[in-house]
Write a protein that binds this ligand. Structure first.
Ligand code: ATP
Length: 271
């Protein structure tokens, strides 16, 4: 089997199954959204897919071979990750941070090649950071840091890209730009998202986790139903399909006094 595949993976942490028997097959070039409430296991599943964490049971394979057999360096040439709170401790420029993405491709103790430089230049351009290349990382805004981490991942020229809530900190224009860019890349992408509307707009398929278990998998139209949203998030919503993909409108929960009125049957009337 080509590409990245998780087969019945389990991750146990302190007597809890944080990821519980999840299977995920990624078709080349697809963008797969990982959804689920806080603590449902999205980040942990991404770490299992990246080989950063080892599954307690089950296996993650790359082109049919288990990740430990593939090896760290070969895995790093294929799979790029962008974490939720990526940071860098030293005094680096934006270009330096993006160039970190080239490390898996470089031979030890050799200077960067023309191909390394070209990949960094292209990654900066695609993420709109060319003008910031020589700025110190520490002086960037939260959203610019996020884009710089994404540029680092692009510079890695991966075939698989794993992103953990990459739109955090971004203004709406940059959220849309980033997801358009990710969806247009010829790479297989798994992206943990909280925004169901953005997931519906940009993902080919969705996997929904609840308490570590996969509770739904399919196209956005198949997965994002009012029933699923209520079951998984405890939120009532209306879903329309006028724009070619599901559009979700959340319904306000009843305020405590409205609930009280509901209980007593004392429904207010319009005058
Ligand atoms: N090292 C750890 N030790 C114990 N529990 C952990 C550890 N790491 C994660 N967990 C727990 O595992 C569960 C899943 O965490 P995870 O970060 O994968 O969820 P998530 O779906 O990405 O959440 P969020 O949307 O809030 O980012 C959480 O309840 C978390 O507290």
């Amino acid at each position: 089997m080509t590409g990245l595949h998780a087969d019945r993976v389990v991750r146990r942490l302190a007597d809890r199954l944080v990821v519980d028997d999840v299977t995920l097959t990624l078709r080349p070039g697809q963008t797969v959204g990982l959804l689920g409430p806080n603590g449902s296991g999205k980040s942990t599943l991404l770490k299992l897919l990246a080989g950063v964490l080892a599954p307690t049971a089950g296996v993650v394979t790359l082109d049919g071979r288990p990740l430990p057999e593939v090896g760290r360096r070969a895995t790093a040439r294929r799979i790029a990750t962008v974490e939720q709170h990526a940071d860098t401790g030293t005094e680096l420029t934006v270009r330096d941070v993006v160039a970190l993405g080239r490390i898996p491709h470089r031979r030890a103790w050799t200077p960067p090649t023309a191909a390394d430089a070209a990949a960094v230049t292209e990654a900066l351009a695609r993420t709109g950071l060319t003008d910031r290349a020589d700025q110190s990382w520490h002086t960037l805004s939260g959203g610019e840091r996020q884009r710089a981490q994404i540029a680092r991942a692009f510079a890695q020229q991966p075939r698989e890209l794993l992103l953990d809530e990459p739109t955090n900190h971004l203004d709406i224009q940059h959220q849309l730009d980033l997801l358009s860019l990710v969806a247009s890349l010829p790479v297989t992408t798994v992206i943990a998202l909280h925004d169901l509307n953005l997931a519906a707009m940009y993902c080919d398929r969705l996997l929904v986790l609840r308490e570590g278990r996969a509770v739904a998998e399919g196209t956005p139209a198949e997965v994002l139903t009012p029933v699923l949203i209520e079951q998984v998030y405890g939120v009532r919503a209306e879903v329309t399909h006028d724009s070619g993909h599901p559009a979700i409108r959340y319904l306000r929960p009843a305020a405590p006094d409205e609930l009280q009125e509901g209980v007593t049957g004392d429904v207010p009337t319009a005058h």
